[in-house]
Structures are given as C-alpha cells and as structure tokens.
Design a protein. Structure first.
Length: 377
C-alpha cells in the first residue's frame, strides 16, 4: 500500500477521519471514523508525522475541493478563515509552488484579498486575529501581520503601491523558515546559538529567494530585509538604525511583534491586546521610531476590536469598534454580572459611566463564545 504524509488541511476538527492513520513505520495509530476533537490534536499528529493510504488521501482532497466549490457564498468571517486555509496550503507546498513558478502570483492574489477584506470590514479584520487562533501558526501569523500592517498603512496614508508592497512583504517575511517558526513558537526553553544564528539570517535569506523569483519591488524587498531591524541599531541582520530604516520595514516590525504577543503559545497564554500595545509604547524611541509607534497604536486603537473587557457594572464583553472617543469603545456584553450568558448579547456605550471600561480580561479566562458573524458580519 502506497502511503502519503497527512497535511494539517487534510484533517477537519469535529469530523470523522475518512481513512486509517499510520506512523512512519506503518503501525496503525487511528482507525477510519475516529473523531478529532480539537486543533491541538491536529497539530500534534502533523508534528509527529502521520501517514494514510495515498489513494484515499487523494480522493478526500478532491472531495474537499469539490465541496468548497459548491458551498454557498461565505460569510465575512468565513472569508478570513478560508484565506487562512489558502495561506496554509500555499506554505505546506511552498517548494513545489516555487518550482512551478506560481508562488509570487499566489502571494499577490492573497495580498489583494487582504486589501479587499480589510477595506470592507476593518473591525472584523482585527477581531478575528485574537478571537480565532486556530490553524497552523506560521502561515496564520504571516496573514495576521499582513492584516495589521495593511490597516496601519491605510491610517498612515501610504500610497497604494507602497501599501501593497508592504502587504506582500508581510506574507513572505519568513519565507524558507515557516517550519522553523512553528518549532520555536512551541519551544519553552531559550533559543540555542544555532537557532539564533538561523533566526538572524532569515530576513536576508527570504529577500534573496524573492529576488531569485523575480520580485523587484523595492518596498517589498526592503520591508522583508528590515523587519527585524531596531531603531537604535541593535536589530538584525545589518544593524541598520534610525532614519536609514524604511517606514514599511518598521511598520512590518510593529505588526510582527504585536501579532506574536497576542498569540497563544504552548507555554503561555496570549497577552491582552492592550498589554501588547503597552509593550510597543515602552519600546518607543529605542527599538522602534517614537512617532511611528504612536501612529501605529492610533491605527490599531487603544481598545482594539476583539479585546475582552469587564465593564463597570460587572458585565463581560468584547470591543466592537471605536466609540465617541478613543477611551470609550462600543462593547457587546456577552456575560451578565451574575456570570450567566446574556441572551441576546447587549450593546453598551462605555461613555455611559454605568458601562464604563473596568479592566481587560485574560483571553484564557474568557469563557463565552463570541459569534463573530452576528457582531461584525
């Protein structure tokens, strides 16, 4: 029996496995029909490396594509989740796609989708980053960073060409090291010297590979090269400092660190969005340009959509969008002050002292389901 390796995209959470699953030695691990309950199980299986009958895998992939083609028009939230899947598939087959000469066209297609979705519903674009953290980290992080970079670029009034180059840079900044990014994301111990060396080299390596594929956009290439450079010159790979750095490279650095901090890791919870922004504030004038950092925070918002809050009256909810002022966001309360779910959820204007902002909530302790489509759809 010919076997092929199972990809992350082959397994659907909540659905029975359509084939038997084996380890690399051919030992049966899971029988056809076994139910996968969560993304963690998928991540562990893919990380270990599991296999299934090649013909059965091929048939299930064909069926998956046909099902997607026949599905009704996706909701706004589903469009983002579908785009994540497209990114995941692209990077799972990155070397084959590069060899076929299709990688750059696929990236620019995804970049146009990011631009369109951010333009249609910018609040949803932000909220889904923190509220739906499933799928493969490395490809999702690139898409999340592209989203935040696009929103910041629009607020900073970059030209469309510079904005598009920045989005493409975000989608390719870790080209060649996505598996490595997944590895260190799950690691709780300090990086080894070998890992640090590889990390420090990856901006140059990604830039070189993009050039070899015909990318000549200076905005795109420079942002990829500079996305780990620091304003005080302590970054890598070249220790470039101050105003020698491009605005696009620094915006991408800010989007990269912001999205990384609000992402759950195996050894720690995701930090609240406001904590991530506070970290950027503390770095102003040191690792990031002071003015650009302030503009970035203004673009993301002091209380970003998707932020989980406790209100003055004890209710818990999520920020929907900015309100009458930066300090008074519009919130949807999902849990009452008695700890029970509110049905239906209630919209609250935090300018009213009764519903004023009390405190942010650790995402790991927020126990209410957030129906993204009903709030931002």
């Amino acid at each position: 029996m010919s076997q092929s390796r199972v990809r992350h995209s082959d397994i659907e959470v909540g659905k029975a496995l359509p084939w038997d699953v084996y380890d690399e030695k051919g030992t049966l691990l899971l029988r056809k029909g076994y139910l996968i309950n969560n993304e963690g199980q998928v991540d562990r299986l893919v990380a270990v490396g599991v296999f299934a009958d090649s013909n059965a895998l091929r048939q299930s992939r064909i069926a998956q594509v046909e099902a997607e083609d026949s599905e009704p028009e996706a909701s706004p939230a589903q469009e983002w989740l579908d785009l994540r899947k497209k990114m995941e598939l692209l990077y799972e087959n990155v070397e084959l796609t590069i060899q076929s000469g299709q990688f750059i066209s696929r990236i620019t297609e995804i970049a146009r989708c990011v631009d369109n979705l951010c333009g249609a519903k910018p609040e949803l674009a932000q909220a889904i980053i923190s509220l739906r953290q499933d799928g493969r980290y490395s490809s999702r992080h690139l898409l999340d960073s592209a989203t935040i970079a696009r929103l910041a670029a629009r607020d900073l009034k970059l030209t469309p060409a510079r904005e598009f180059g920045l989005i493409c840079a975000a989608l390719t900044m870790n080209l060649g090291t996505t598996c490595f990014q997944d590895e260190i994301k799950a690691q709780s111990t300090p990086l080894t010297d070998e890992q640090k060396e590889r990390l420090h080299k990856h901006p140059e390596e990604a830039t070189t590979r993009l050039k070899s594929m015909g990318v000549n956009d200076p905005i795109w290439l420079r942002a990829v090269l500079e996305h780990h450079e620091h304003f005080d010159g302590t970054g890598y790979p070249n220790g470039t400092a101050g105003h020698e750095l491009s605005p696009e490279g620094q915006i991408l650095r800010l989007a990269d660190i912001y999205c990384a901090r609000i992402t759950f890791r195996e050894y720690r919870s995701a930090v609240p969005l406001t904590v991530a922004l506070r970290g950027i504030l503390l770095e102003r004038g040191k690792t990031v340009d002071q003015t650009l950092a302030a503009q970035f925070i203004r673009a993301v918002g002091i209380f970003p959509p998707g932020l989980q809050l406790r209100l003055a009256n004890g209710e818990k909810g999520v920020v929907v969008r900015p309100g009458s002022s930066p300090n008074h966001p519009l919130v949807v309360s999902l849990i009452g002050n008695d700890g029970l779910p509110l049905s239906p959820p209630l919209q609250r204007d935090t300018q009213n002292p009764l519903y004023g902002v009390g405190e942010t909530i650790d995402p790991a302790t927020f126990n209410a389901y957030v129906d993204i489509d009903s709030i931002w759809g």
